[in-house]
Design a protein around this ligand. Structure first.
Ligand code: FPP
Length: 242
C-alpha cells in the first residue's frame, strides 16, 4: 500500500545516554536507567497524544549481555518495575504492549512479566508500545532465513515465492502490518549509528539524531522531532513529488 508521505505512524527510538546522564551527575549508572525507564512513560504518553500508532523502543540488545552482571541484572528487572508501576495508566490509554526479541533467553521472572503485559493489553486498540528486548537485527534476519529454509525443505514454501514481502512476514515486526517499517528512527545522546537495530525495516526510514541524553528528552523535544520529520521529502527511491 502506498504510504501517505509524511504521516508518522511508526516511530522507533534508540534510547541512548542513560549512563552518561548518570555520570555527569556523579551517580551510579543504574540511576540513569531508572530515569530512562521513567522517561519511557512520559514519551509513550506523548507519542500517543501525537497520534503515533507504533512506538518501538530499543531497551536491551543481544550485545548488552556483555555489560557488568550487576547492570544486566538491573536492566532485566526494569520491565518488572515498569509494568508494576505503569500498567494502570497504559490500560487507561488503551495502549497495547508488545515485546519482541529472543524472549525465551530472559530470566524467568522477566519473561513472565513480558508475557503478562502482552496478555493484559492484547485487546487494547490504542497505540502499540513495542519494546525490543534482547533484540538484535542480524539474528532476527538469520532466524527468518532459517524459518524460510525449513519451510522450503518441508515443501510448504517454494523458493520462487520468497520476495521482500514474504521475507518481512518472517520478521518480528510482521504483526504491525502496514506499520511494520518505522517512518522515523530517533537516536538520543549524539551517537549516530544503528547498533544492530531493525536493519531490514529501516531501509527507507528517515533518521533523526539529538544530542540530548534519553532521560532529558522531553515531550517538547518529541514535538520538534515530529515537526522536522513532517518537513522532509520522502521519496522512497522515486523522483520528487509535485
Ligand atoms: C542506553 O544507555 C540504554 C540502555 C542500554 C537501556 C535502556 C533501557 C531503558 C531506558 C529501560 C528499559 C525499560 C523497560 C520497561 C524495558 P547506555 O547505558 O548505553 O548509556 P551510555 O551510552 O551513556 O553509557
Amino acid at each position: 500500500m502506498a504510504k501517505k508521505k509524511n504521516q508518522l505512524d511508526h516511530l522507533a527510538i534508540i534510547m541512548d545516554g542513560n549512563g552518561r546522564w548518570a555520570k555527569e551527575r556523579h551517580l551510579p549508572r543504574f540511576v540513569g536507567h531508572r530515569e530512562g525507564m521513567e522517561n519511557i512513560r512520559r514519551i509513550a504518553l506523548a507519542a500517543d497524544d501525537l497520534g503515533i500508532k507504533v512506538l518501538t523502543l530499543y531497551a536491551f540488545s543481544t550485545e548488552n549481555w556483555a555489560r557488568p552482571k550487576a547492570e544486566v541484572d538491573y536492566l532485566m528487572n526494569l520491565p518488572i518495575h515498569f509494568f508494576d508501576h505503569y500498567m494502570p495508566e497504559l490500560m487507561a490509554h488503551h495502549v497495547k504492549v508488545n515485546i519482541m526479541g529472543f524472549l525465551d533467553e530472559l530470566p524467568p521472572k522477566t519473561y513472565q512479566v513480558t508475557q503478562k503485559a502482552m496478555a493484559m493489553t492484547a485487546q487494547n486498540s490504542g497505540m502499540i508500545l513495542n519494546f525490543a528486548f534482547n533484540y538484535g537485527a542480524r539474528r532476527e534476519i538469520v532466524t527468518a532465513v532459517k524459518q524460510l529454509v525449513s519451510q522450503v525443505q518441508t515443501g510448504t514454501l517454494s523458493a520462487d515465492d520468497i520476495d521482500e514481502q514474504h521475507f518481512s512476514k518472517a520478521l518480528m515486526t510482521h504483526q504491525f502490518g502496514d506499520y511494520q517499517d518505522p517512518d522515523l528512527l530517533l537516536r538520543t545522546s549524539g551517537e549516530q549509528r544503528l547498533s544492530n537495530f531493525l536493519l531490514w525495516q529501516l531501509a527507507y526510514t528517515e533518521l533523526s539524531f539529538t544530542k540530548k541524553y534519553w532521560p532529558d528528552f522531553t515531550k517538547e523535544d518529541l514535538i520538534q522531532v515530529v515537526k522536522d520529520y513532517q518537513m522532509r521529502d520522502r521519496r522512497f527511491g522515486q523522483i520528487e513529488s509535485e
